[in-house]
Design a protein around this ligand. Structure first.
Ligand SMILES: NC(=O)c1ccc[n+]([C@@H]2O[C@H](COP(=O)([O-])OP(=O)(O)OC[C@H]3O[C@@H](n4cnc5c(N)ncnc54)[C@H](O)[C@@H]3O)[C@@H](O)[C@H]2O)c1
Ligand SMILES: [Fe+2]
Length: 388
């Protein structure tokens, strides 16, 4: 038996946010990052729409990028004081993920972060509130996923909390909210989405439902991402949908070593999540091809890439990832990103061990040892092909 879980409702497209007028509830805690969303009118508009539904609102703002355990706990405390029956995460992956984690500790104040970080270990939620997610970046898919990524700022390690309890009840994927993204944010978040779809499509627990969502997402991303980066309006809208499809897919097929590597280096090397994925993806495809060559070849064929054999098709797919990085002015290696060689070398043992231990490694198509992980990081640092 297999399971496939997504939100009960996904409202998407132009003005999807208008649906908020029809939501049931009495008190909503809005969780946001910077005040940008207040200044540009998005939050006031959301408050007005919820007001039409007779819902009182309170705002928890200031969630930092890559949110910390401390922020999560202070948000949960604010929720206990306001007592909402709706939690609304608005913004990029950071505030939405923080809101998901706050929701856990709002409902279960005695639960510990260590317990929550164990995969599929959460108590039953929705005793106090339901969850609405409204993304303003096009990448994480968190509005439809069972994940929340929280960072321990003392150790610099990211912990993915994974449990279908935190899959939102309602996702609002409004294509009008992403036009303000900068080109580099489009590039980083778009490559995060592409990585989600790639990793889901080759995961050990993939299934026909997750495959179809991943493949459609990849097709749409390949068609739209660079155009969106260049500021093309329709492509920007299409990417917002494509990343949501990738989210539905990976939430159920889980991920692989690209995310393990990104989770364990994002904070230490100070790389945005999507940029880290963009770098690691091509090297991980080369490593994984020994176990998932047929699946990568499927993707390459669907995209009409050149190649008669599996090896040639995989090579074309790797080249496609490199071409994306070039087209969007992204670094091809950790070195090019600007990580000092000293820092890389002194961190290598620790990040390799941590990445192998990340929950996303469990569903990677090819098993990996700490020694191989080290070699993979070295390939991604110096830009060498992975042949082992
Ligand atoms: N939960 C999941 O399923 C999942 C999946 C992948 C990644 N993540 C996590 O999500 C986080 C990254 O999220 P992200 O990539 O969305 O970035 P983010 O939320 O960290 O935001 C990055 C920056 O973009 C700005 N921003 C957001 N929307 C904007 C807009 N419309 N216009 C202009 N600026 C805008 C923010 O203010 C912020 O400064 C990481 O912590 C990552 O580990 C979670
Ligand atoms: Fe991601």
């Amino acid at each position: 038996m297999q399971r496939f879980t997504i939100p009960r409702d996904v409202y998407f497209g132009e003005n999807a946010i208008e649906h908020l007028k029809s939501v049931n509830g009495s008190k909503a805690m809005l969780v946001i990052g910077s005040e940008r969303l207040i200044q540009d009118g998005t939050v006031p508009r959301i408050q007005a729409l919820l007001g039409e539904a007779n819902i009182e609102t309170s705002i928890f703002s200031g969630v930092e990028n890559d949110p910390s355990v401390a922020t999560v706990m202070s948000g949960a405390q604010a929720m206990r004081e306001f007592n909402p029956d709706l939690v609304v995460g608005i913004g990029g992956g950071s505030p939405i993920d923080a809101a998901k984690a706050m929701w856990i500790f709002y409902e279960y104040p005695e639960f510990t972060f260590e317990e929550a970080a164990k995969p599929f270990n959460l108590p039953e939620l929705r005793k106090k509130a339901r969850f609405i997610a409204i993304p303003t970046t096009s990448g994480t898919g968190t509005e439809v996923t069972s994940f929340s990524v929280i960072t321990n700022h003392e150790t610099g390690v990211k912990y993915p909390i994974a449990d279908y309890n935190i899959t939102p009840d309602l996702a609002i994927v409004d294509t009008g909210l992403v036009q303000s993204m900068t080109p580099s944010l489009v590039a980083n978040t778009g490559m995060d989405a592409l990585t989600h779809a790639f990793e889901a499509y080759v995961s050990k627990v993939r299934n026909p439902i997750t495959d179809s969502l991943a493949m459609k997402s990849i097709e749409m991303t390949v068609e739209s991402l660079v155009q969106s980066y260049k500021g093309e309006d329709q492509a920007r809208k299409d990417m917002h949908i494509a990343q949501c499809l990738a989210g539905m897919s990976f939430s159920n097929a889980i991920l692989g070593i690209v995310h393990s590597m990104a989770h364990k280096t994002g904070k230490i090397f100070d790389i945005p999540h999507g940029c880290a994925n963009a770098i690691y993806l091509s090297y991980a495809v080369q490593f994984n091809a020994k176990a998932a060559g047929a699946e990568y070849a499927d993707i390459a064929r669907r995209l009409g890439l050149a190649g008669a054999t599996t090896d040639e098709l995989v090579a074309s797919l790797v080249q496609l990832v490199k071409d994306f990085r070039t087209a969007m002015n992204m670094p091809h290696t950790l070195k090019e990103f600007g990580i000092a060689e000293d820092l890389f070398k002194s961190s290598l043992d620790e990040i390799s061990k941590n990445a192998v231990g990340d929950p996303c490694t469990g569903t990677n198509p090819r098993d990996i040892s700490v020694e191989e992980m080290k070699q993979l990081f070295e390939a991604a640092y110096y830009g060498t092909d992975v042949t082992f």
